[in-house]
Write a protein that binds this ligand. Structure first.
Ligand SMILES: N#Cc1c(-c2ccc3ccn(Cc4ccc(CN5CCCCC5)cc4)c3c2)n[nH]c1N
Length: 238
């Protein structure tokens, strides 16, 4: 997969693209992520990317020309990207969307800033996406959240963890099971016996039950959604 990111703050992505699982996936060539400074696609001396909103109102708006120039330049060759725009009021990002996006060969993520992008930029966009009902200062952190959730699903990115983690649990959006590591007792708090038993079938069913119970308690709508889609097995429903 290739992802092109358009932003006026490219430096925000430096650590994200160097560290951890994502950093390794990029350095090993499993995925390609290119961050482009929208300012590099301006034509005036002052490299202006924003302007005051028509009709008045607070703040500044990202101009359409530099973004369109970037899009035209970056799509001259190769497959056309599936274009996302991060927006406070976009379609809510979730695991289902992450799975769908992970199957695209090429993505482009346009990161808004200030009061957002000129409305005409949306003629380039396939999906406006929000990562939640809270207001951030720009679209760069949402872009990193989306890339993290999507890239971890690319085969080979999670490495040997993939086979272990490839259960359909987290990819169905179910909440995780409790994790423990040594010591077996810490300040009077003991690790559940089943996890010390070495009985893999029992451990697996305990973990499934814990995950379903936690999801039912905290996010019942996820269970309802999976039931409606027939994505819960008979024993999981019991
Ligand atoms: N994804 C995602 C996001 C974002 C997000 C994404 C992209 C941009 C680009 C700019 N901002 C900042 C901003 C914040 C509020 C408002 C609304 N105005 C406020 C003042 C009165 C008028 C209306 C506009 C612009 C962004 C925020 N926030 N939260 C998410 N889940």
């Amino acid at each position: 997969m290739r992802i092109d990111v358009l932003t006026v703050l490219p430096g925000l992505f430096d650590c994200f693209l160097k560290e951890g699982v994502i950093g390794k996936a990029i350095s090993s060539g499993k995925v390609e992520v290119k961050v482009h400074n929208i300012r590099d696609f301006t034509t005036d001396k002052h490299r202006v990317v924003d302007d005051v909103p028509y009709g008045g109102g607070p703040g500044m708006v990202l101009k359409p020309e530099p973004i369109f120039r970037a899009y035209d330049e970056l799509t001259k060759e190769g497959e056309k990207p599936y274009v996302l725009l991060t927006e406070p009021w976009g379609e809510k990002f979730n695991q289902e969307m992450a799975v769908e996006l992970s199957k695209k060969p090429r993505l482009m993520i346009i990161c808004g800033r200030y009061e957002g992008v000129d409305e005409r930029v949306k003629s380039l966009v396939d999906r406006e996406v929000s990562i939640g009902d809270y207001v951030l200062t720009g679209g760069e952190l949402p872009a990193m959240v989306i890339m993290d959730a999507v890239l971890r699903l690319i085969p080979g990115v999670l490495g040997n963890l993939e086979s272990l983690r490839a259960d359909s649990f987290s990819d169905r959006g179910l909440l995780g099971y409790p994790n423990y590591t040594r010591p077996a007792e810490f300040r009077g708090m003991k690790v559940p016996e089943v996890l010390l038993s070495g009985h893999h079938k029992k451990i697996e069913s305990w973990r499934k039950e814990q995950s379903l119970r936690k999801t039912l308690e905290r996010r019942p709508e996820i269970i309802e959604n999976l039931k409606r889609k027939g994505l819960l097995t008979k024993e999981e429903l019991e």
